[in-house]
Design a binder for this molecule. Sequence first.
Ligand code: ATP
Ligand code: MG
Length: 358
Amino acid sequence: MENNIILTGDRPTGPLHLGHYVGSLSNRVRLQNTGKYIPFVMIADLQALTDNAENPAKIRQNILEVALDYLAAGLEPDKTTMFVQSHITALTELPMYYANLVTMSRLERNPTIKNEIKLRGFERNLPVGFMTYPISQAADITAFRAKYVPVGDDQLPMLEQAREIVSAFNRIYKCDVLVEPEAILPDNSSCTRLVGTDGNAKMSKSLGNCIYLKDDEKTVKQKIMSMYTDPEHININDPGHVDGNAVFAYLDAFSNKRHFEEYLPEYQSLDEMKKHYMRGGLGDMKCKKFLNNVMQEMLRPIRERREEYAKDKGEVLNMLKKGTDHAQEVSLETLALVRRAIGVDYFNDEDFIEEFTK
Ligand code: ATP
Ligand code: MG
């Protein structure tokens, strides 16, 4: 049978933002709705603790926020299993086995980790748990024997690490228990890593440069109006740059032909608009107003669905509990196979029992 299992997750370090949406969430919803996959979506609270150990209240507060964002974005509990990482037994046990298959130098080579260490100013005070989170992430994916992982491109080194662990495990323990996962990246290249509103290379909770899915209309507008554009485009007639200009990066990610017909009919396409900006004569304000129309149209239904679900948070918690119970069941099956493959499943292993009791 063809493997059609999907797994992804998000750290509950804040509500979800547009980067999550275009990088991963919208792909998850699309794949869910084809009906051809078995999707699991995880709230990665253990991973969030790796750089927030002293602030568990932040993680606690954001569990329901992230769950609400999932529902708001269109994930449905009867099609997608949504669950909490810390309650899945296999996800604390598997990393202990996998850690022995990875060298320190391999962990240190991971470019995303290097970047994140720098960003957080950890230097030598790096928590061991943070350094080893790629191993834990390999456990998250393999515990469900997931084949597909819809993510932004910051996650590619993590998937590479997961594949290496899978191939080492299957080779050393002479089995085919673990599945090598592959990334599903967004088709649109400006979505694989959406820039921040400050023009920084990545919109990220840790950088505080986000537009959140739950932001109200006024907040979204304010954030767009103060967005980073082109510092050399001072007067309207100055030639402008579209590369590195956050407004155009967002238009690349979110606008389509119909938006032009509806909100800015003087241009046929984004290409035409860009050319005008580069020639000079097109002001930032006009571009931002257009972007605001595009964003409000996209965010409105998400925000409304969120408000609806937020009326009954008990039900949302219930949904997570059910999802977590189901995820526990599925991953325990993998854990049993893993123990058996390594040879540590002593009390259920008939060969072992016979060998030592005869
Ligand atoms: P933190 O700053 O706490 O790490 P984050 O904003 O990086 O938070 P994560 O929870 O680490 O968000 O990422 C969850 C998923 O969303 C990953 O698949 C990641 O690739 C994707 N993602 C996050 N930010 C972006 C972005 N700016 N562009 C595209 N995808 C993104
Ligand atoms: Mg991150």
